[in-house]
Ligand binder design. Sequence first.
Ligand code: N7H
Length: 459
Amino acid sequence: NLDLSNIQGDILSGLPKKTQYYLFFQITDGTKFKKDLTKLIPLVKTVAQVLKDRETIKDHKEKGHKGLVPMVGVNIAFSHSGFTQLNENDPFITGQKVDAVTHLGDTKNSSLGPDWEPAFLQDIHGLIIISGEGHASIDKKKQEIEGIFNVDTPQASIKEVTTIRGDVRPCTESGHEHFGFLDGISNPTIIGFDDANANPGPKPIKPGFILTGRDGDADKPKRETAPWTVDGSFLAFRYLFQKVPEFNDFLKKNPISKDGLSPEEGSELLGARLVGRWKSGAPIDITPFKDDPALAADSKRNNDFHFTGESNDQTKCPFAAHIRKTLPRDDLEVTRHTDISNRRIIRRGIQFGPEVTKEEKDSAKTMHGRGLLFACYSSSIANGFRFIQESWADAQSFPPGTTTTPGLDPLIGQGEREMTGTDPSNLTKSITLPEFIVPRGGEYFFSPSLKGLKETLAV
Ligand code: N7H
């Protein structure tokens, strides 16, 4: 019995998107902002509305109509310093700038902070996500929003710090991130919201691991003392640049040699073993040495694996493969009898930047910035996103109890970048990994309920 019209749409259902603006802002006049916010609230799309949108899209396709349904969705979230501006006791830990070097492993810049884009070294008070089917739609909505807050006029209540546009990749790469792997296959199944039979896999979780103040949220009693914080979710945003030509060059130069595999296939296999899935999305725990696009496309099977029976074996999937590091499934739940519901995150996010050019491909050097606007939701940053990055991805000995040290997550791991298990015929061999993903910014936000927005944050 979740109140779907009280929850912002991106959290449980994901705003429908082909393109999105992530508009980061500072509040320049708190009193006026609270008034202006009342005019933004009618634009904020809830989970209930997104579900309707999805029905419309489905109907449109079923009727054989061509083209995309015009559709825009807005969500808003506030950072720790944003709540300070609004004089509101916020439900926060700290801002990400503090965490980046101490917890997330980001490189330190000489002047104390992380080595980030200048925009993210400024104070960011909030984030408005504008999501739509095309650039014209989101441009128009952005202008409308700038009008509401009188941006760039003497009456302005906010100042834009930076706006980044994300775009789903074109044609057959749609849904694939820039390295080429299908993304968005595995997200937690929420009890009382998702159909557990739709995408079988890791055990369903209580809504409170994602939504604040609901069953499962460790801080439920605290939220109940400030009811406006119920039905929200924490949003961890990371501005992650991907070195795609360098990644491809690494795969090309280090093919896995195995009977019957061509060098190209050996390179494909190495990529699959770094991620834990083939580019198609098929999990290597089920199909370790050969891609299986039919399996990848079958939502009844593509997430139904557990790394079972191989808690001390990485023949099928390296311990450090990105999806095993970030969701170790039975490595913890069965082998270590540890419930990991509190580590689950719902991943949203979108790609940014252009496709790789011929010049970049030929030189194996990135010349244009591209990557992932990573965004994930959960009821705790410390238990969710931060824990996964710090205690799993960046920890050489995670998962525990293995005979061979797993090493780092080859994609997002920060530190001594080595891992074992890439070569199925020599599983203890360690390889050194160049840096493929560079964090250049980020912030933590809280995405409040509609009630919280209407009754507490706006006036
Ligand atoms: Fe990852 N990638 O393309 O390789 N991720 N990730 N991620 N990630 C996943 O199963 C990727 C990042 C998680 O439930 C897939 O849906 C890239 C961060 C989690 O089995 C692919 C970047 C964090 C999962 C990628 C990036 C995570 C997951 C497989 C950065 C958290 C689900 C698709 C540029 C700290 C695991 C799928 C599960 C899956 C990629 C970042 C976490 C292909 C390119 C920062 C929890």
